[in-house]
Design a protein around this ligand. Structure first.
Ligand code: TPP
Ligand code: MG
Length: 578
């Protein structure tokens, strides 16, 4: 049989390192899927919701470093991909989306399920190619693959069924090579300028993000030579926190430790590979700032900087190190490390008291999870309060990973993230800390996919019967929480009915055994339904003024609108924080 356009596409994707394609089949995609079956090198992961497939693919691609494909059929199928593709763009995951498209003879006639891919995917994708002629296919596939891999983000190939099943021109078949990441650093003159600014400063602080992923050794050396404390964003935490005597925690609303004070107290702040979005937690013009990032769009957009350099952190810091004079005075570092230690003691309050407090405190749950999970466990946080508890209580390590929708902040990411990672790393502990809102939004339907595939994914549900993160946000904004409550079933029973293992935990004394049983379960997914305290609040190490006044105002308004009961519970249940 002559090679079809879709055959060439899968062949090229396989050569580029794609091992899996997540999605749902249907009409326009049928010839594409038929070619995937013929190809046999790429596994098709049939999910129940396309968005679940993309969130799985994002974690799979980000953590494994391999590009991953997703697919959806014309119109509604591809529309379901959209939120996940936005996540891929923000998290920097190499995803190639194959979108079914109407036949070319029907284009621009408002045909059934027709969607203009350029208009629709422009916001999410780094590249959109619509294959309207077999002669053009090879070039479109090459651009889609290389852009996704090199620029680390989603691209889209819109594929009409008639072109997918058309014969491919002979010259389409060719070898495909992915280049190793290029070394990218600023010019020597700019590195000299940076060395001069460092020399002139007495107190230097570092704030690192995901750009430090492969630069841990260099950044730690830099900090040791400058006696600099290292704070980090949520995305930077896993690379910079563990086994680091300079670590001072995170800033922002999830923050803890001395990071906020250290970066405000410094003469010079080095922002390394971070696009930390909460400007109100970054210092103003009284601290000199240098920002280094491989993406020029990140530079100066969260706060004005005195020097912005474009380059990889690893290569840039390696070039900088030989030009530095060591600093001798470590008082600035010691002060903020001490501050961090005392904040950690405060964080232990609900961990230590946890066994005696009902409803279960999420702090106690997360700390127990950290202790019981293996050294190479991968943790996934749903957007919601799960982020707070994982950021604060999961201890990192060289082989532990922490991932979520950190930059896009979509709900319902954790269960699919953990599922995709389990496919990439079979048998490794993949643990999703899910909101009950998030799990019922997207996780529940595809629990069936995990059951069918007998995947040992652990889903821990923070059963607080509310969209609690928004509840907290509303209180910070000074309004009465509204539209945030709902009722849940017993998720352990639901899971059992779906063929998964279900564990329900209502008593604090059951937390450790319940988690241990979940982590030990092999041969299928587990849902641990933990009834947690919906009134648990977390206080960051620095409370912005608006949050303090907002909380006071909200509590007053709640009293006036007859919600005295919840005001008393909020105060009663969080007294250990002050
Ligand atoms: C798709 C989507 N919808 C809405 C939001 C706004 N939002 C952020 S967190 C959150 C609450 C999450 O609730 P839940 O999953 O129950 O977690 P909890 O905070 O209660 O632990 C909401 C509604 C969002 N980020 N993404
Ligand atoms: Mg909830």
């Amino acid at each position: 049989m002559a090679r079809k356009v879709a055959d060439v596409m899968w062949e090229m994707l396989a050569k580029a390192g794609v091992q899996r394609c997540y999605g749902i089949v249907g009409d326009a995609l049928n010839p594409v899927i038929d070619a995937l079956r013929r190809n046999g090198k790429i596994e098709f992961i049939h999910v129940r919701h396309e968005e679940y497939g993309v969130f799985a693919a994002v974690a799979d691609a980000y953590l494994s470093g391999h590009p991953v494909a997703v697919c959806g059929t014309a119109g509604p199928g591809v529309t379901h991909l959209f939120n996940g593709l936005m996540d891929a763009r923000k998290e920097g995951a190499a995803i190639i989306a194959i979108a079914g498209d109407v036949e070319t003879r029907l284009m621009d006639t408002a045909a059934l399920e027709e969607l203009n891919p350029y208009k629709f995917f422009d916001t999410a994708c780094l590249y959109v190619g619509r294959v309207v002629n077999p002669e053009q296919a090879r070039a479109v596939f090459t651009t889609a693959i290389l852009t996704a891999v090199v620029d680390k983000g989603p691209t889209l190939i819109s594929m009409p069924g008639d072109i997918a099943s058309a014969n491919a021109p002979d010259h389409s078949v060719h070898d495909f090579m992915i280049p190793a990441p290029p070394v990218f650093r600023p010019a020597d003159a700019d590195i000299d300028k940076l060395a001069g600014m460092i020399e002139a400063a007495k107190k230097v602080a570092i704030f690192g993000g995901d750009g430090c992923r492969d630069a841990r050794e260099e950044v730690l050396q830099l900090a040791a030579r400058l006696k600099a404390p290292i704070g980090y964003s949520f995305r930077g935490k896993q690379w910079l926190e563990h086994d680091n005597p300079h670590a001072v925690g995170m800033t922002g609303l999830l923050g803890y430790g001395g990071a906020y004070k250290a970066i405000h107290d410094a003469d010079l702040l080095l922002m390394l590979g971070t696009d930390f979005p909460f400007s109100e937690f970054l210092p103003g013009s009284d601290v000199r700032k240098v920002q280094i990032d491989r993406n020029p769009k990140h530079i100066g957009r969260r706060t004005a900087v005195d020097l912005g350099l474009v380059g990889d952190i690893k290569a840039t810091v390696a070039a900088l190190l030989p030009k530095l004079v060591d600093k001798a005075d470590s008082r600035f570092l010691e002060k903020h490390v001490a501050e961090t230690t005392s904040f950690h003691e405060l964080l232990q309050h609900y961990v230590e008291k946890g066994p005696g407090i009902k409803p279960i405190r999420p702090e106690f749950l997360a700390a127990a999870l950290s202790e019981l999970a293996s050294d190479d466990a991968m943790f996934f946080a749903d957007t919601g309060t799960a982020c707070i508890w994982l950021a604060r209580y999961i201890k990192g390590g060289p082989n532990r990973r922490l991932f979520g929708s950190f930059s896009w902040a979509s709900m319902a990411n954790a269960a699919p993230n953990a599922f995709g990672t389990q496919l990439a790393y079979p048998g490794r502990q993949t643990i999703a800390l899910c909101g009950d809102g998030g799990f019922t939004m997207l996780g529940l339907g595809d629990l069936l996919t995990q059951v069918q595939r007998k995947m040992p994914v652990v889903q821990i549900i923070l059963n607080n019967e509310s969209l609690d993160f928004v509840n907290i946000e509303m209180q910070e904004a000074g309004v009465v929480p509204f539209g945030v409550d709902f009722k849940n079933p017993n998720f352990a029973k639901v899971a059992e009915a779906m063929g998964a293992k279900g564990i329900r935990i209502e008593e604090p004394g059951e937390v450790r055994d319940g988690l241990a049983a979940a982590l030990a379960h092999r041969g299928g997914p587990v849902v641990v339904d933990v009834v947690v305290d919906p009134y648990a609040l977390s206080l960051p190490s620095h409370l912005p003024f608006h949050a303090v006044t907002g909380f006071t105002l909200s509590l007053a308004k709640q009293v006036l609108s007859g919600k005295m009961d919840s005001v008393i519970k909020t105060i009663e249940r969080n007294t250990g924080l002050v």
